[in-house]
Design a protein around this ligand. Structure first.
Ligand SMILES: [Ca+2]
Length: 356
C-alpha cells in the first residue's frame, strides 16, 4: 500500500497543473474495497483520455464526490458518495492502477467524516460558493449558531460584500442598525446612502445598492425591530415581499402587506404611505413634499409627504413629542415612546413557496 501511494504521487507530480489537482482533490489508490460496490454505484461511467480528464468530469458535476480512474482501461467512474461511506466489511483488493480522487473542501472548509464544514459565509457540498443572504447560510446548517459578520453574494451582486447575520434568530440579514449609543451621523448624502456607511459592528446603513441586490435576488420579507426603554419584549412587524428598486428607479421601496409576528410586541404599520416612493437625502429630493423631507427629518429615508416614522433618527433618554428628527414610529408607539434600538432585517420570504 505504501508503495502504491508513492507511485500515485509520482504520477501526479508529473502534471503541470498538479497544483490545481491537489488543491481540490486528494488521491490514493483504492484499497481493500469491494469491486462490485465500486462499479455498481457509479452514477456516470465513460472512457476518458487521462486521470486529469476524469478529475475534470467530476469537478464539473455538483453531485460528484469521488472519481475513480482505471489506468488499464481508461474507464472513469463518478460517485455521489465519498470513499469512507463505502462498506469495508467485504474485502477485495482492487488492481493497483485504479485511483480514487475525492473532492476537498474549499475556501477554508474542513472535512468532518464525509461532510465539509464551511466557514466565512461559504456554503455548498464543498464550501464552493458564498451564500446569497443570511437565510441561505442558516438553511445550509453551517451557521445556525453563529451570529456576526459574514460575506454574502446575492446573485444580482457583481462582487461579495459583508453583512451582519442574526443566525441564532433564524437567519436574518441586517440592512440597518441604529441605537442609543449611535455616534453615526445618519444625515448622509445620496452617495453615502447608496454605498452604505457606519460600522457593521455597531450603527450602520448597509447601502441601497446592496439592499437592491439582496431583495432582487430572492424574495425577502423585511422586519422592523424596535426596543424602547419601557417594554420588556421587543416590537416587531413583518413587511411581506419587501424590495428596493435600483438607482435608475430612485431606489423605490415596495412591499405587498404587513403583519404582526408571534412572540413579539406588535407594531402598527408606519411605512404604508411610503410604498412606491423613491429614496430621499438632503441632496436628492424624491419625496412628494414641497420641502425636502430628509432635511426636515435630518436623515435620508423613503418619504412621501414625509413619514410616520424616523427609523434613522436620533435617540436619547427623553423625547420631545413632535420633533421629527428623533427616532419614532407613530403607529402604534406614538410620539412619546423612548426608542433605544432599531434594526431593519431581511429574511427570505416563504410566501408563495410551494407547500410541502
Ligand atoms: Ca420634496
Amino acid at each position: 500500500m505504501l508503495l502504491l501511494l508513492g507511485f500515485s504521487f509520482t504520477v501526479f507530480g508529473q502534471w503541470s497543473n498538479g497544483q490545481v489537482l491537489s488543491s481540490y482533490f486528494d488521491q490514493s489508490p483504492f484499497c481493500n474495497r469491494t469491486l462490485s460496490n465500486v462499479v455498481n454505484e457509479a452514477f456516470w461511467t465513460n472512457q476518458v483520455t487521462s486521470l486529469l480528464s476524469c478529475f475534470d468530469e467530476c469537478n464539473g458535476r455538483a453531485s460528484c464526490k469521488t472519481a475513480a480512474f482505471d489506468q488499464t482501461t481508461n474507464n472513469c467512474r463518478l460517485y455521489q458518495i465519498s470513499p469512507n461511506e463505502y462498506d469495508y466489511t467485504s474485502v477485495l483488493t482492487l488492481p493497483s492502477d485504479i485511483y480514487h480522487m475525492r473532492k476537498l473542501c474549499e475556501n477554508g472548509g474542513s472535512r468532518i467524516n464525509s461532510n465539509c464544514v464551511c466557514i466565512g459565509g461559504y456554503v455548498g457540498s464543498y464550501c464552493e460558493k458564498l451564500m446569497m443572504d443570511c437565510s441561505e447560510g442558516f438553511e445550509s446548517g453551517h451557521y445556525t449558531n453563529q451570529s456576526g459578520i459574514f460575506q454574502i453574494q446575492p446573485t444580482a451582486a457583481s462582487s461579495p460584500f459583508e453583512v451582519v447575520c442574526r443566525m441564532q434568530e433564524g437567519g436574518y440579514t441586517l440592512i440597518q442598525l441604529n441605537d442609543e449609543y449611535n455616534t453615526e451621523n445618519f444625515n448622509q448624502s445620496w452617495e453615502q446612502y447608496k454605498q452604505g456607511f457606519g460600522s457593521l459592528n455597531r450603527t450602520h446603513w448597509l447601502g441601497l445598492d446592496h439592499i437592491h441586490d439582496i431583495t432582487s435576488s430572492r424574495t425577502q420579507d423585511a422586519y422592523v425591530y424596535i426596543v424602547d426603554v419601557m417594554a420588556q419584549t421587543p416590537y416587531l412587524r413583518k413587511f411581506v415581499n419587501f424590495r428596493v428598486e435600483n438607482e435608475s428607479m430612485e431606489y423605490a421601496m415596495y412591499y405587498s402587506s404587513s403583519e404582526a409576528v408571534r412572540g413579539f410586541n406588535d407594531l402598527g404599520d408606519s411605512l404604508y404611505n411610503l410604498v412606491g416612493q423613491g429614496f430621499t437625502t438632503y441632496d436628492h429630493d424624491n419625496d412628494q413634499s414641497p420641502t425636502n423631507c430628509a432635511q426636515n427629518y435630518d436623515v435620508g429615508f423613503w418619504y412621501n409627504w414625509c413619514a410616520l416614522c424616523n427609523i434613522n433618527g436620533r435617540m436619547g433618554i427623553s423625547v420631545n413629542p413632535g420633533d421629527v428628527t428623533e427616532a419614532h414610529w407613530l403607529n402604534d408607539l406614538g410620539s412619546y415612546a423612548v426608542i433605544k434600538h432599531i434594526e431593519i432585517r431581511l429574511k427570505r420570504s416563504m410566501t408563495g413557496m410551494p407547500s410541502l
